[in-house]
Design a protein around this ligand. Structure first.
Ligand code: AHM
Ligand code: MG
Length: 338
């Protein structure tokens, strides 16, 4: 049973002492957690606060912005830019790398985030989340440029997500396993509820948007067909399908119950490179999944090894239990060598 009384800040201070970690990282994680609490609060009022629905604007990816996408993005900027430890921020909702305004002190950290992931779910009151990734640069850059702040995922020093579901949770790794916190509304603090999450190998759930099946590559089709064949197919056991269209909720389920989450590159999205974005969706989730003993790949490359200098780069994502992801990698390599 985890120590129910430990708040997030207590946990972070304890971890900092134990690992002799950087004080600035604790400051930043505390700012991010505060931003997540503020987003959670905005979401709770829903239609009563007139925060649902679309704006007339589009983000850089050509997606119509929801009111709450913009509200959540502003919350992250305002809560984190004054921390004094950031060199820059990168957000799904902003075209360019966001430099820290000149009135604030700057530091060596870069915060990359999707302020409200799965936002198509907001208007139907289904779980959404915020995703964040943290990089530490060798030094505070004079002037932010993509090359300086866009680092491969293996350089992440921390990553996590907030899940706004029936309860609000923060799931976090600083490179020492994955821990889950639940927001205690009575004291307005996240409290540790699950220590050291490990992904089960015997899960039987797969999550993929099956409406895209006709565009899948053969290795993905083979893997899914075999899951669907269940007991009567080569896998010899039955599987269940899940699709929430909210990556945070899907990854949370994978961390707790095993199985896989797949958003592949297919013939329809190939020109874009896939659907999910590398820096603030794939990288932080891959970091968490690996920290919990799982694997994350494009099918042909470990996600955390990908290098890119485009802040909104998209990549195929397959993550979850080791044996299932290894099977997907094997199917890709068999297909590629024929
Ligand atoms: P978003 O950042 O615009 O919300 O898009 C990302 C989301 C993921 O949370 C989810 O896995 C996927 O898009 C759902 O895609 P689809 O609409 O194909 O179901
Ligand atoms: Mg997103």
């Amino acid at each position: 049973m985890p120590d129910q009384s430990l708040t997030l800040i207590q946990f972070l201070l304890e971890e900092r002492r134990r690992l002799d970690a950087d004080r600035d990282l604790t400051t930043l994680l505390h700012s991010v957690a505060t931003a997540c609490k503020a987003v959670s609060s905005s979401l709770k009022s829903g239609a009563l606060a007139d925060v649902l629905g679309n704006l007339d604007t589009e983000n850089v990816q050509g997606e119509t912005q929801k009111k709450l996408d913009v509200i959540a993005n502003d919350i992250f900027l305002r809560r984190c830019e004054f921390s004094g430890v950031l060199a820059a921020m990168v957000s799904e909702e902003m075209d360019e790398v966001y430099p820290i305004p000149t009135q604030f002190p700057k530091g060596r950290y870069v915060l990359l985030f999707d302020p409200l992931d799965g936002s198509s779910n907001i208007d139907v009151n289904v779980s959404v989340g915020s995703i964040f990734s943290i990089i530490r640069l060798d030094e505070t850059p004079e002037e932010e440029s993509y090359d300086a702040v866009l680092r491969p995922g293996y350089e992440q020093v921390a990553a996590g997500y907030a899940l706004y579901g029936p309860s609000t949770m923060l799931v976090l790794s600083t490179g020492e396993g994955v821990n889950a916190f639940t927001l205690d509304g009575n004291i307005g603090e996240f409290r540790l509820t699950q220590r050291n999450l490990r992904i089960r190998e015997d899960g039987s759930e797969f999550a993929i948007n099956a409406s895209r099946a006709r565009w899948w590559e053969p290795p993905v089709k083979r893997y899914i067909d075999e899951c669907i064949a269940g007991e009567s197919g080569p896998r010899g056991r039955d599987f269940n399908m899940r699709w929430i269209a909210s990556m945070v909720a899907e990854v949370h389920r994978v961390l707790l119950r095993g199985g896989v989450f797949i958003y592949p590159k297919d013939s329809k999205n190939a020109e874009l490179g896939g659907k999910l974005r590398l820096f603030y969706e794939a990288n932080p989730m891959a970091f968490l999944i690996e920290q919990a003993g799982g694997m994350a790949t494009t099918g042909r490359q470990r996600i955390l090894d990908i290098k890119s200098n485009s802040p909104h780069e998209r990549v195929p994502v397959m993550l979850g239990a080791r044996s299932e992801i290894q099977r997907l990698i094997d199917y890709h390599s068999e297909f590629d060598t024929v």
